[in-house]
Structure formats: C-alpha cells, structure tokens
Design a protein around this ligand. Structure first.
Ligand SMILES: [Zn+2]
Length: 132
C-alpha cells in the first residue's frame, strides 16, 4: 500500500482493502457506497445498484464515518479528501463529483498537478504557476 486517503473533517481512513470508499447520494436521494481506485487518474468507479444516477449527474459525496459533506469550497462540482503518501506528505485531492467527469487536482501549498481529460475546466481555480 502506498497512498492512503483520509477524511478532511474527522481524519478517518476512507479505505476498504485497496479501494477508496465514499458514501454517495444522487439527485433522487438514493444512496450507496462507491469505491474508487487509489491510483490518481484511474477513473474506474464501482457504483452500488442502490444508487440511481446517470452520466453527467452531480453526486453529493460524504465521509462514511462522520457523514460530513466532502464538497470543497472551491467549486460545487468538486469534493476534497486528503492523501498521504509513503513519505508522509499530505496532499489535498480535489475531484469532480459529476458522474463521468474526469478531473482530479493534487495540491500541496503552491504545488498543483492536474489529472484527467476534463481537468482544464477547473484549472483557473488552482494556483498553477508551479506546473509549467
Ligand atoms: Zn469523516
């Protein structure tokens, strides 16, 4: 295990095995636990059959431990969790809560890295001067 993911509110680990597990609610209030890859830029998500969603829907994401909303103040479409790597460095990981939208921003201080083909959409919200 290299990277692990933490709730920014209660600092519980958001992991089950080698997957990130997050509670999701759809527009019709249906809910379920979704699991995501720990590899940044891998957008394979397992959705439970209880969650009624379609591509393009904005989901609400919650910590499965403290149930706080993981929405980021940067943008209504983005959730934020913390990631710690093997060097014990902590990053803020922002990712789109829209089904099928592939945008991830990895940030620590002035350092920002973008992943996913839709990341440019949110690029202006982040300080990208270290990137190029
Ligand atoms: Zn929490």
């Amino acid at each position: 295990m290299n990277n692990y993911y933490i709730c920014p509110k209660c600092r519980s680990q958001l992991m089950a095995g080698n997957k990130i597990v997050i509670s999701a609610k759809a527009k019709d209030q249906s809910e379920g636990l979704i699991s995501l890859s720990t590899e940044i830029g891998n957008y394979n998500v397992d959705f439970p059959p209880t969650l009624k969603y379609k591509k393009g829907d904005l989901l609400s994401l919650f910590c499965p431990v403290c149930h706080q909303n993981l929405a980021s103040p940067k943008h209504i479409n983005l959730a934020m969790v913390l990631m710690t790597n093997e060097a014990d460095e902590e990053y803020e990981i922002f990712f789109s809560q829209i089904v099928g939208e592939h945008s991830t921003m990895k940030m620590m201080g002035d350092y920002v890295d973008l992943f996913g083909e839709h990341a440019e959409k949110y690029q202006d919200l982040f300080n990208t001067r270290q990137m190029f």
